[in-house]
Design a protein around this ligand. Sequence first.
Ligand code: PLP
Length: 419
Amino acid sequence: NEPLETVDPEIAAVLKNELGRQRNTLEMIASENFVPRAILEAQGSVLTNKYAEGYPGRRYYGGCEFVDVAEDLARDRAKSLFGAAYANVQPHSGASANAAVLSAIAEPGDTILGLELSHGGHLTHGMKLNFSGKLYNVASYGVDPETFLVDMDVVRQKALETKPKVIIAGWSAYPRTLDFAAFRAIADEVGATLWVDMAHFAGLVAAGLYPNPVPHAHVVSSTVHKTIGGPRSGFILTNDLELYKKINSNVFPGQQGGPLMHVIAAKATAFKLAATDEFKDRQVRTLSGSKLLAAALTTEASKAAGVDVLTGGTDVHLVLADLRHSSLDGQQAEDALHNVGITVNRNSVPFDPRPPMVTSGLRIGTPALATRGFGDVEFAEVADIIALTLQQTGDLEALKARVTALADAFPLYPGLEQW
Ligand code: PLP
């Protein structure tokens, strides 16, 4: 029963250093968030000891009476949050949820049609080195080269040409809403199954700030750790009982063995929190912050420095900075922001003239800072710091001091000395 500090000081130091990094910098990676202390507790609990293969009430192991309660709560809360008839909360991650979904709705060799990776799609939607690209015949739709928007006429045309078994709607880097009803109409026209991957925007959906795909899609997958701000993991929703049965068997035993019951308990807590007014307020601040950021990166001064925003703005928790005309490439811009204490990731823009390891874009997200407590005043300040950094006009020391002032004003995990 020795503490980590004693058993493994090297790993204890990693935890301490990472806590310090998270406290002292501004986290703007769009897929990241800060879980509340309650979720750290559930995840760092004795539930990690329990094997529970199977589903509540039908386990292959004894002693599941308490973990069953956790999984039932997680499923019921997920269903009620998104208005779905059925939920599977066992996927260890977004990628494992997606693997289970695809194996439930398509056979190897079938055609799947999703948003191209370099236009904002995800690896699991058909990238050639991913299971999805290896097992399935991949077709893709891209965004319009002028507007950078998904054009439903193009999606329909691609669907008519390629006759996919599955149409995938969802993204990792796209700043606008999608028309799920239009996707469903196309899926019905070509006899495809519509799968929506809401990994990024699920928190906005829960708060009523992004269209809910559940009424339109045959199946919806998601992560819990991005805008929802819960434990790193995935889940799957559907309204179709037959599909639900297939999904269950494709999660376990199809893709996974024992579920991570400590994570499932933490998911239950995350879904409970996501139904509160406080959560909704956080999503409102998230969205308002990203709109302020988009405004700061589309000023005359920004444009004069070659900095712009794809699609001219945002409807979601992230902004795609367009650096095609900037002397800073994505890598240099990521480094410049890192040097002032702001963490973001470089991102290819559609039709990117620079190579994928360099890129001409940045993906900048507001969920983690909204969780930290930022409102419009602080987001306007951080937007100004980012704009000056990308315009290469600010004084480095002054910008760093402004970042430190923001971080200090919103202490992260106050009172927590380890974890
Ligand atoms: N789906 C989408 C749209 C994503 O953006 C991501 C994560 O980046 C995933 C799935 C995969 O989630 P995970 O990293 O938990 O496997």
